[in-house]
Design a binder for this molecule. Structure first.
Ligand SMILES: Nc1nc2c(ncn2[C@@H]2O[C@H](COP(=O)(O)OP(=O)(O)OP(=O)(O)O)[C@@H](O)[C@H]2O)c(=O)[nH]1
Ligand SMILES: [Mg+2]
Length: 362
């Protein structure tokens, strides 16, 4: 997962370590007495920190995050009492390299810009504790900038479900083969494990075999499915499913829809009709992370047509690049609810910034 982004980032960080002479990069400003204060500097001098190896530092970062006290952000190694400062020329070189690394990994332009400028802001004019290498400072700083982009993306699905009226209707949309039906089965499994009763609505009456595919999942998971024959009106199936859930006091209705090219206006109209009839509480766009920037374009079209509330990004287990994962939510302004990372029912993870950062960098 994300192998190419990971290895390019590693080589960027180690370029900072190996290719660049620290004496050339860092201006040691230890002797300077009138130091301009940056907003992130504390008035109290930092206690001296023991020097840690990169491995030890990453381990410590992880432990601290787990315990909720995250002191190893790049701001935490800015030194009050003196230290080394990255020269502007070296910083430009690192930032250019970072920018191309991000674009090669299919990160959308505005997101690559935001990360680059975030790193520039983190590193410009700051003096770093001399016990940290350039590699460590750059790595922390890039992670901070990526974290800023990802943190806007979180959507606590479990909490959201708890807060809804019953039955709660969730509709899944997206182009052919992105993983809608599989994601529905995974979410049904998850919801059932947490004690919710689930009804599946087989509203893909367009593709031969789609009703059968969803029925197999419903059988395996032991949940109710409402279906009609192929070519039936999908809005009528959705209506029946919601009525069934109301009558039988079921908690959640998961509406499967036909995969459609965003350019097919008939199918888009049909989807709008499902929305009018079933009045979903949540409309989820399911995008294939392998589609990179195309997934972002698709999401925008579906959002214009029916309005989407959240995103599920599938197949990240086979995605070497990682660009869509990093860019989609920020670019379309909708949060990521889940990422799917395999074909088994348990291969679904509620989106979480630190989970993603761990996979992108380690
Ligand atoms: N590796 C991997 N494969 C996945 C994942 N999610 C879905 N798939 C596979 O992708 C293929 C398509 O999945 P479906 O769930 O049928 O996709 P869909 O969006 O419902 O497709 P249509 O109904 O044709 O629009 C299947 O072979 C799934 O097993 C995932 O997270 N990882
Ligand atoms: Mg399907």
């Amino acid at each position: 997962m994300f192998e190419s982004l990971k290895s390019k980032m590693k080589s960027l960080f180690s370029k900072a370590k190996d290719d660049l002479d620290e004496k050339e990069i860092f201006k040691d400003e230890t002797e300077q007495t009138t130091t301009p204060k940056t907003p992130i500097q504390d008035s109290q001098p930092e206690p001296e920190q023991p020097k840690l190896s990169r491995k030890e530092m990453l381990k410590l970062q992880k432990q601290e995050r787990a315990s909720g006290k995250d002191t190893h952000k790049s701001a935490s190694v800015v030194s009050e009492s003196g230290g080394k400062k990255i020269k502007d020329s070296a910083l430009d070189e690192i930032l250019d390299e970072l920018y191309f690394t991000l674009l090669e990994a299919d990160v959308a332009l505005p997101v690559a810009d935001k990360i680059k400028e975030g790193v520039r802001a983190n590193l410009t004019g700051k003096k770093y504790d001399r016990s940290y290498s350039l590699e460590e400072v750059v790595e922390m700083s890039v992670k901070d900038a990526v974290r800023d982009v990802l943190e806007l993306n979180e959507f606590n699905f479990d909490q959201w479900v708890e807060e809804q009226q019953r039955p709660t209707v969730i509709m899944f949309v997206g182009i052919n083969g992105t993983g809608k039906t599989t994601a529905i089965a995974k979410i049904a499994n998850r919801l059932q494990k947490s004690g919710k009763s689930v009804v599946m609505a087989a509203c893909d009456t367009f593709r031969a075999g789609a009703i059968e595919q969803l029925s197999i999942h419903a059988d395996k998971l032991g949940c109710k499915i409402v279906k009609q024959t192929q070519d039936a009106d999908p809005a009528a199936v959705a209506y029946d499913a919601v009525e069934h859930a109301k009558a039988k006091r079921r908690d959640i209705v998961l509406v499967d829809t036909a995969g459609r090219m965003q350019t097919n206006s008939n199918l888009i109209e049909e989807m709008k009709k499902i929305v009018r009839v079933a009045k979903p509480d949540l409309k989820v766009f399911v995008g294939d992370s392998l589609a990179g920037n195309n997934a972002i374009e698709q999401a925008k079209v579906f959002d214009d047509a029916v309005g989407i509330d959240a995103v599920i990004l599938t197949k990240i287990d086979t995605d070497a690049k990682g660009g869509a994962a990093l860019s989609i939510a920020h670019t379309i302004g909708k949060p990521i609810a889940f990422v799917c990372n395999g074909q088994e029912y348990d291969d679904i993870v509620m989106f979480n910034t630190e989970w993603m950062i761990d996979r992108m960098f380690e």
